[in-house]
Write a protein that binds this ligand. Structure first.
Ligand code: G
Ligand code: G
Ligand code: NA
Ligand code: MN
Length: 254
């Protein structure tokens, strides 16, 4: 009851903040993007993880307001980052299924781009396979509209859905984010390795970027690079960071 009562006003009370996790290109170890991750510092309960408060906000019907806050803050933050590599950093933002369901996602993204002036090509919306399964046709319609705007779309937690490969023929996405559950076992069991290899092969043949999420050890990264992976994210490369720490990392290099 506590979280449910407090979540609607969290943005207005200044309790939300963003962590940014770098996305690294394997060929030269350059940071080429960041994923924005929403955080809630509750005045009495402390840090509440999104795994807890996002579903509560969805059920309370206020996720749209939180996602608009994320889009506004994250676009402003990346525009203020120093450009360190050969191209402007890309920004990943997670999409909520409920935001797709209430049909305001596309409008809210368009508004955030207009207001911030961020080039649409720099924004990558991360949509989970679970959302694709739950929202079906609305997701396809929204992805089409976002792509017409120039925004990129990633399939998040890829490999965990029940019909992963079938989605790819229907959805014009740009990036596959290989789920952490496979990445974490890629150096230890044959099934996980086979799945990672299959996703990398499909990605390559469809011209999609593949990002491995949740890389925690050099052994995992070694196997994935051997399979031709070109982008990775995970605690081994960097934890999600407060903006000031991200700026320091970009300026001083890893
Ligand atoms: O950052 P962390 O590992 O605690 O994230 C846990 C989950 O919360 C992940 O599934 C992540 O996608 C989700 N999440 C993080 N930030 C956002 C956000 O801004 N919007 C939505 N809808 N989910 C988010
Ligand atoms: O579902 P999604 O892929 O958006 O989840 C992102 C979440 O994964 C973030 O909350 C982030 O904190 C977490 N995360 C990022 N890298 C790692 C990692 O290397 N190991 C683990 N266990 N979690 C990670
Ligand atoms: Na995500
Ligand atoms: Mn993700």
């Amino acid at each position: 009851a506590r979280l449910r009562d407090d979540v609607p006003g969290a943005a207005d009370r200044g309790e939300l903040w963003l962590a940014f996790q770098p996305l690294v290109r394997m060929s030269d170890k350059q940071v080429v993007g960041v994923e924005a991750l929403m955080r809630w510092r509750h005045p009495e309960l402390g840090e509440v993880p999104p795994r807890e408060f996002v579903p509560i906000a969805e059920r309370a019907g206020v996720i749209g307001a939180l996602q608009r806050w994320v889009l506004r803050e994250a676009t402003a933050a990346v525009l203020a980052l120093p450009q360190t590599g050969d191209a402007p950093l890309r920004l990943g933002v997670n999409v909520s299924a409920a935001h797709v369901a209430d049909r305001t996602l596309v409008e809210d993204v368009a508004c955030a781009l207009r207001t911030s002036g961020l080039a649409p090509e720099r924004l990558v919306l991360e949509i989970t396979e679970a959302t694709v399964l739950a929202e079906g046709d609305s997701v396809a319609v929204d992805i089409e509209a976002l792509r017409l705007m120039g925004v990129h779309v990633a399939l998040d937690d890829f490999g965990t859905g029940s019909s992963s490969l079938a989605h790819l023929t229907r959805l014009p996405v740009d990036v596959l984010k290989l789920d952490r559950s496979f990445v974490s076992r890629v150096d230890r069991d044959r099934q996980s390795r086979a799945l990672c290899e299959a996703v990398l092969t499909v990605g390559r043949s469809l011209g999609l970027q593949v990002v491995a999420e949740g890389v925690e050890t050099p052994a995992q990264l070694g196997v994935l690079c051997g399979l031709g992976l070109d982008h990775a994210q995970g605690f081994l490369l960097s934890r999600p960071l407060p903006l000031a720490d991200l700026v320091r990392l970009l300026r001083d290099g890893g």
